[in-house]
Design a binder for this molecule. Structure first.
Ligand code: GUN
Length: 292
């Protein structure tokens, strides 16, 4: 059996097009377009690439993006002052502080200083707390987990009562995606680097989310036949035949997994494009809330 490929690239393109249409309507009706402020501290090349991609996607959807690039040595007070200025700016609907921040900065304090109504990353502790609580909902859902849930919806998988296993417990993906799956009434297991027998946990999973950051760690023999597999990992693997000397692989070994799973996301072209689409969706929502 060969799994259905979940084409995140085309699903994300459809969402981005819908957002573009909604932004144009907002401009026509209110003479106002959503604005996203991006804050990049230091010179992490991967972070710089992600921020550039986010700004480009904003431009394509008609969303204004305002980039702030600060040197690696920026102090805590200076960064929080910038966030407060952005909180007060009516042209800014969303504030995205790209993570990770340099080690000397306290990311929790920075995220805490973002206005809840502008927290389009959904990383503010209050938003995360609401995500964790029964009967409460966050104002914004973190973008990558939101994208994962949109892909699951697109596949039409029934989450209620399903066994869902999340491999990885990061604040950005593993933890929030587990909470979202729980909200959708799945029975959720979170595995991580200290889990003793990973395969014993992954094999019963109807839905398997791989977000551990280890190249091709999940192999076909660890997957239940017919399971839906969402691969959040983006890892570089040496490949002398590739132009850059490496290629991108996920946390799942695609070649063996595709023979067992019912549906699977590729890397690249699976979850990655969805993160950006959901950021635009959250930014549009922030602008709608500001206009309401
Ligand atoms: N670093 C990795 N993913 C993300 C994300 O979705 N948002 C921010 N702000 N930083 C990240």
């Amino acid at each position: 059996m060969t799994a259905q490929l979940i084409d995140g690239k085309s699903i994300a393109a459809k969402i981005r097009e819908e957002i573009g249409t909604a932004v144009a309507a907002m401009q026509a009706q209110h003479d106002y377009v959503p604005g996203l402020a991006t804050v990049l501290v230091g010179e992490n090349p991967a972070s710089a690439t992600y921020v550039r991609m986010k700004q480009k996607a904003c431009a394509e959807a008609g969303i204004r993006s305002i980039g702030h690039e600060l040197p690696a040595g920026t102090g805590q007070t200076e960064l929080e002052e910038l966030v407060r200025a952005l909180n007060a700016d009516p042209q800014v609907n969303g504030i995205l502080v790209q993570l990770p921040l340099p080690d000397h900065l306290d990311d929790e304090a920075v995220l805490n200083s973002i206005d809840l109504g502008k927290d389009v990353d959904g990383f503010h502790p209050v938003n995360i707390g609401r995500l964790a609580m029964k009967g409460r909902d966050p104002l914004f859902i973190p973008c990558t987990p939101y994208g994962v849930m949109a892909l699951l919806e697109e596949v039409g998988v029934r989450l209620s009562g399903a066994e869902a296993v999340v491999v990885g417990r990061s604040n950005i993906v593993g933890l929030p995606v587990a909470m979202l799956l729980q909200k959708a009434n799945a029975t959720v297991t979170i595995c991580h680097s200290r889990t003793r027998d990973l395969a014993a946990h992954t094999r019963p999973a109807d839905v398997l989310i791989a977000a551990i950051g280890r190249a091709e760690m999940i192999t076909g023999d660890m997957i239940k036949p017919g399971a839906v597999v969402i691969d959040v990992g983006v890892n570089q693997k040496e490949d002398p035949t590739a132009k850059r000397g490496y290629r991108l692989v996920g946390d799942v070994e695609f070649e063996s997994a595709v023979e067992v799973a019912g549906a699977i996301t590729p890397v690249p072209g699976g979850v990655g494009p969805m993160t950006i689409a959901m950021l635009l969706k959250n930014t549009l929502r922030a602008a709608e809330l500001a206009l309401a």
